[in-house]
Design a binder for this molecule. Structure first.
Ligand code: ZN
Length: 232
């Protein structure tokens, strides 16, 4: 998805937030966003209320969205899930970056994994991810177009990230690269590369590896499996 978001995440390359105490994290966020509330009903607790999307350029309130948000078990190493419940982002499908369960697509797997690798805070998520997303949705609603281009939804959006990272749109080649990197560990820098290019590792795959493995090896495998399952 979102070029802008991608850039933003690149720039921030998320802070080294240590494992945070989630309750305190939520409390801090709700202090900053008093129109959101923590709801502890009979089911799973969630956060709900009004979220005022604000332009960061001039701090002007742009639009108020009713949202519901849940904190996933792997938080803070994953984004919260967010539903826009007021009917302002319609239709609820891929054209508006909405998953089949109705939740908002707030970044593709790679962007999210990069941002969350060291953990996030809810305040950061609301400020930098949800606010940016809703501002873009507002512009989309008003003008029919997203402001700075967009990544595709679902698997194609992940592919687009790899097109940029690897400089090719050949999906077979990309699968091969992912398989190579996943099946090898760092080797002696001066030995010949495991890809059989005939080059030394230090001027071959040692350069590509960090760009693919910055999400972590386990996550890279998940992304690989996801692409395998979702690509014809
Ligand atoms: Zn190589």
């Amino acid at each position: 998805m979102l070029q802008l978001l991608w850039l933003l995440l690149e720039l921030l390359n998320n802070p080294t937030a240590p494992m945070i105490e989630i309750t305190k994290d939520i409390e801090r966020a709700l202090k900053k966003y008093p129109t959101l509330q923590y709801v502890q009903g009979t089911g799973k607790p969630f956060i709900a209320g009004s979220f005022i999307a604000q332009s960061k350029v001039d701090n002007i309130d742009i639009e108020t969205y009713e949202i519901k948000m849940t904190i996933p078990p792997n938080y803070p190493n994953a984004f919260p899930r967010v539903w826009e419940t007021g009917g302002k982002i319609m239709p609820r499908n891929a054209t508006r970056h909405i998953y089949t369960d109705g939740s908002l697509c707030l970044g593709n797997m790679i962007d999210e994994a990069r941002a969350c690798r060291n953990g996030i805070t809810l305040t950061w998520f609301l400020d930098e991810i949800l606010n940016v997303h809703l501002c873009r949705e507002f512009v989309r609603e008003e003008t029919g177009k997203y402001p700075t281009g967009e990544r595709s939804h679902d698997a194609e959006g992940v592919w687009e990230s790899y097109y940029e990272i690897l400089g090719t749109t050949d999906k077979l080649k990309i699968f091969n690269e992912l398989e190579l990197v996943l099946s090898h560990h760092h080797i002696e820098r001066n030995s010949s590369c495991y890809c059989n290019s005939g080059k030394k590792y230090k001027i071959c795959h040692s350069r590509i590896e960090p760009k693919l493995l910055d999400v972590g090896r386990e996550k890279l495998k998940q992304i690989y499996d996801y692409l395998k399952a979702n690509t014809q």
